[in-house]
Design a protein around this ligand. Structure first.
Ligand code: SF4
Length: 331
C-alpha cells in the first residue's frame, strides 16, 4: 500500500467530500499547504536525480480546466479526469513530456463536476461517444488510493456512451462486482516480461496483468490489449513473439474471443534522457541513435524503416495467433 512521505494540498479540498476523506486517511502524514498544484516552487527547484523521491509525495487539489480534446483512435474525446501523474516510474512515461520531473501523482477531488460534464456531453450527443478518462494517469493504480474508479463506474449514469482507460496494473478486484452495464472498456497495456522488469518500474508484472484481463472479462467488461510501447531493443522480435505466444496460451477462451489490439511504438524525448540518466544511472538507455530520429521539440521516434518492419511483424504474428481479433491501429 502506498504511504506518501508528505501531502501537498490546496486548502480548497476541505470543501469536497473526497478531500475530507483523504485528509482524514492521511491524518498522520506531514502536510504542506500549497496555493496551486501546478506551481509548487519547492518541487520545481529539485534536481532530476530527486525524481523518484518526488514521486513519494501526494499532491491534492482541484482540477480547474475541463477541456475535452478530440481524439480519433479508440475514443472520441480525451477527458482530463481525477488524477494526473503517477507513483510508478516507467522510463518512457509520456507524462514526463507534459510535466517534466514533476510527473508525481496529483489527485483532483472535484470528481462530481468532471463526471457530470461527461454525462451531459454524452447525453446531448446524437452518436454514442467514448470518453478516454485515463490519458493523464493510471486509474487502476489511483483507485487503490481514492476508490475513484469504483465511484466513477457506479455513478456513470449516462443514457448512452462509454468510458475507457489504459492500465499497467492488476489490482482490479474492487471493480469486478460493479454493475458496469458494459459501458467501461479497460485496455490492459502489456510488454515482454524482460522489458517490464528493466523499464516499467513500480508496475504490475505480466502474469498479474494477464490474470487481470481474464478476471475482467469474466466480470463482463469489454477488454482491449495495448502492446505498448513497443521498444525495439536488440532482440525485440524474439521478446515480442514470446509475449504474443504467452497471451495466446494464458488468456481464457472467453477473453481471446472478444479482445481487440492496439500497438504503439515508443516515442522518447531529450527530457526523458536527462531525467533517466540522473534518476536511474544503472538502467538501460532507451535512446538509440541508429534507430531513432527527431520529431521536433526534443522528441524522438523510430525511423520509418524500423516502424515499417515492426508493423509487418505485429500484423503477421497477431494474425497467426489471434486470427479473429481486430487490430485497431499500429502507430
Ligand atoms: S504506469 Fe503509466 S502513468 Fe504510470 S509511470 Fe508508467 S506509463 Fe506513466
Amino acid at each position: 500500500m502506498f504511504k506518501p512521505k508528505a501531502i501537498y494540498f490546496e486548502k480548497e479540498i476541505e470543501n469536497y467530500q473526497l478531500g475530507k476523506e483523504l485528509l482524514e486517511k492521511y491524518k498522520d502524514t506531514p502536510k504542506i499547504e500549497i496555493q496551486n498544484h501546478n506551481a509548487i516552487e519547492e518541487m520545481r527547484k529539485k534536481e532530476n536525480k530527486e525524481f523518484l523521491n518526488m514521486k513519494a509525495n501526494l499532491i491534492i487539489g482541484t482540477r480547474k480546466t475541463h477541456k475535452f480534446v478530440e481524439n480519433h483512435k479508440i475514443s472520441d474525446y480525451l477527458v482530463p479526469y481525477t488524477s494526473s501523474g503517477c507513483i510508478a516510474a516507467c522510463m518512457y512515461c509520456y507524462l514526463v513530456c507534459n510535466y517534466n520531473k514533476c510527473a508525481y501523482l496529483r489527485l483532483f477531488v472535484n470528481r462530481e463536476e468532471m463526471l457530470d460534464k461527461i454525462i451531459k456531453v454524452s447525453n446531448k450527443s446524437e452518436k454514442e461517444l467514448t470518453f478516454e478518462i485515463g490519458s493523464n494517469s493510471d486509474l487502476i493504480l489511483e483507485n487503490t488510493i481514492t476508490k475513484n474508479l469504483v465511484w466513477t463506474i457506479e455513478n456513470f449514469k449516462a443514457d448512452k456512451g462509454n468510458l475507457t482507460f489504459p492500465t499497467k496494473f492488476d489490482m482490479v478486484d474492487e471493480i469486478l462486482p460493479l454493475n458496469h452495464k458494459g459501458k467501461t472498456i479497460v485496455r490492459m497495456s502489456v510488454n515482454p516480461e524482460e522489458i517490464i522488469n528493466k523499464v516499467e518500474f513500480g508496475t504490475s508484472r505480466l502474469k498479474g496483468r494477464i490474470e487481470a484481463i481474464n478476471k475482467l472479462k469474466e466480470a463482463g467488461y469489454k477488454i482491449g490489449i495495448l502492446i505498448a510501447p513497443v521498444i525495439f531493443v536488440e532482440n525485440w522480435e524474439e521478446l515480442y513473439l514470446e509475449l504474443i505466444k504467452r497471451l495466446n496460451e494464458e488468456l481464457t477462451e472467453k477473453a481471446k474471443k472478444e479482445i481487440f489490439f492496439e500497438v504503439i511504438f515508443m516515442t522518447y524525448s531529450y527530457v526523458h534522457t536527462k531525467i533517466n540518466e540522473e534518476a536511474f544511472p544503472n538502467a538501460i538507455n532507451l535512446y538509440n541513435k541508429e534507430k531513432m530520429t527527431g520529431r521536433g521539440r526534443g522528441k524522438y521516434w523510430y525511423k520509418e524503416e524500423i516502424r515499417k518492419e515492426g508493423e509487418k511483424f505485429f500484423k503477421e504474428q497477431l494474425k497467426k495467433y489471434f486470427p479473429n481479433n481486430e487490430i485497431v491501429y499500429i502507430v
